[in-house]
Design a binder for this molecule. Structure first.
Ligand code: NOJ
Length: 562
């Protein structure tokens, strides 16, 4: 029998604090705002909150650039606010998972301020410094946020590596002192009583030490660093050390954000012996079309096809069975809104398709993650001007591809942003129909989506048929039915181009689930439920048609297996 664990049975809710709830009218969400909304989350029924970074930060990348790991970002409040929020969450039975950003720090972190001072500084080797090559960057790598991954530092005439913005210098994990510092800091937070870590780009902490040029990209200027920075030579050794020295001493949920992870790698990161992490976030279902149908870089106008998504998710379901644990997600703060990307955000289909997607994901095997506002069916934003955008990734890409290389028109770039930009997910949480969606009494740091009058939490709570109440039911069902957590996944109807179907089998309880989801706005043939006796666990339709699934229909049936 499979090993049971609370983090396998839990549903996680991700909060992007900057956009969740502003309690003091400065236009930026904060910890007190989160505390005030805990009853809402308790009502939804989630078990765990993953908090995107709340540490001190100059906010070049909204907190993913940390200048002090043991302090709270001024805009978000104080450590006393954090402690109060943690305590109250625990009283309500909600655990708190922190974001751990240790591939890089801010350039304003005390370690980097020291490191850049001189070649002899004791902190020099905390970061990755290289001499210029032919008077230029040490290699051709492009940073994930456009432009070179190296920045020249005038003081010593050397370059430092930054896989993200130039204000996010990469830490040098080869240096044992860096590992000691990180592990001490993690222990400090664990002693405070937090319940786990979501580890930012943890697959990138070990770099190939020869730092070779990468294969040239489509723009013909920069090289691809990923083979040399993702799943690097010592990454598993580092995580095993972290596990021995920190993680194994506490009862934690650990999830590694693992850019470039393959199934074989995931089996190591999330191995069932528990020597590294509980699970990883894989990106295949997010990235597939970005690579095949890109305008440039990650920027695309294409929409994912169900068959592609299904092929990827099914493969992960099947191949991790018995080897590692899956995480399940369709969106987060780095992705467009799930209903706009995979469903249909037209008012006629929004609720139906959001419920269908939720069913399809939450009935799979793994730990499901809900991103704030997903439970309301919040949609992508429509960007009409670059001045609407806040995200450094968008601003840099626009500068590079539109203004500098003149490869893409401003219009096309904005259309790509509408489709896949991270800011789509970062517009303020829509609490009610009042000004600024009830998020702030001040001016929000990023515009509120104009559809807040129709899409908001207050309206959703009043409507028993809302997406919110559907999520509430999905969560409750998971808590009540071990087959949803532990049942073995088996694909069904793989030949269909429109219906995503599967079953889950828990032999020890003699139970089986049949799940079928129509990803289109037309009726589709599906005979899976015809003449089958069982209990309907959930559906987004009250009536069914034999032999058919209605537009965006999702059905889940529980039966005792023969
Ligand atoms: C992944 C995070 O989720 C993203 O928001 C951030 O920009 C990068 N890592 C760099 O920390």
């Amino acid at each position: 029998m499979e090993k049971r664990a609370w983090w396998k049975e839990a549903v996680i809710y991700q909060i992007y604090p900057r956009s969740f709830m502003d309690s003091n009218g400065d236009g930026v969400g904060d910890l007190e705002g989160i505390r005030q909304k805990l009853p809402y989350l308790e009502q939804l029924g989630i078990d765990v909150i993953w908090l995107s970074p709340v540490y001190q930060s100059p906010n070049d990348d909204n907190g993913y650039d940390i200048s002090d790991y043991r302090d709270i970002m001024t805009e978000f409040g104080t450590m006393a606010d954090f402690d109060r929020m943690l305590e109250e969450a625990h009283e309500r039975g909600i655990r708190i998972v922190m974001d751990l950003v240790v591939n890089h720090t801010s350039d304003e972190h005390a370690w980097f301020i020291e490191s850049r001072k001189s070649k002899e500084n004791p902190y020099r080797d905390y970061y990755i410094w290289k001499e210029p090559k032919d008077g230029k960057e040490p290699n051709n790598w492009e940073s994930s946020f456009s432009g070179p991954a190296w920045e020249l530092d005038e003081a010593t005439g050397m370059y430092y590596l930054h896989c993200f913005s130039k204000k996010q210098p990469d830490l040098n994990w080869e240096n044992p002192k860096v590992r000691d510092e990180v592990f001490d800091m993690m222990t400090w937070w664990c002693e405070k009583g937090i319940d786990g870590f979501r580890m930012d780009v943890i697959s990138m902490i070990s770099k190939v030490q020869s730092f070779p040029d990468g294969e040239l990209k489509k723009d013909g200027v920069f090289g691809d660093m990923s083979p040399y920075v993702c799943n690097g030579p010592r990454v598993h050794e580092y995580l095993q050390e972290m596990n021995r020295r920190v993680l194994s001493h506490y009862d934690l949920l650990t999830v590694g954000e693992a850019a470039g992870v393959t199934i074989d790698e995931a089996k190591k990161y999330a191995n069932t012996d528990g020597t590294e992490l509980n699970m990883v976030f894989q990106f295949e279902h997010m990235d597939a079309l970005q690579q095949s149908e890109s305008v440039v870089g990650k920027w695309t106008l294409a929409k994912p096809k169900m068959e592609t998504v299904r092929e990827i998710l099914n493969r992960w379901q099947i191949r991790l069975e018995g080897n590692a644990w899956n995480s399940l997600y369709l969106d987060n703060h780095d992705q467009p809104r799930a209903v706009s990307r995979f469903g249909n955000d037209d008012p006629q289909w929004r609720a139906l398709s959001a419920k269908m997607l939720a069913t399809c994901l939450h009935m799979m095997k793994g730990t499901p993650y809900i991103y704030q506002g997903e439970e309301l069916g919040m949609t992508n934003m429509h960007f009409t001007d670059i001045s609407d955008c806040r995200d450094i990734e968008e601003l840099n890409a626009y500068h590079q591809y539109v203004e500098e290389f003149k490869m893409v028109s401003a219009e096309t770039m904005l259309a790509c942003f509408d489709n896949v930009a991270r800011d789509n997910a970062r517009t303020p949480m829509q609490w009610d129909g009042s000004e600024n969606a009830g998020f702030t009494g001040g001016t929000p740091w990023i515009a509120v989506n104009p559809n807040y009058k129709e899409i908001n939490a207050e309206a959703a709570l009043k409507d028993p048929e809302s997406i919110f109440h559907y999520y509430q039911k999905l969560i409750r069902l998971r808590h009540e039915n071990p087959v949803i957590v532990y049942g073995i996944f088996k694909p069904l109807m793989e030949e269909s181009k429109t219906v995503y179907a599967y079953e889950r089998i828990l032999a020890e309880e003699g139970k089986k689930l049949i799940v079928a989801c129509n990803w289109t706005m037309e009726k589709q043939p599906c005979a899976l439920f015809d003449n089958v006796e069982g209990e309907e666990l959930i559906s987004n339709y009250k009536e069914h048609i034999p032999g058919m699934l209605q537009p965006y229909e999702a059905r889940v049936m529980l039966k005792f297996s023969e």
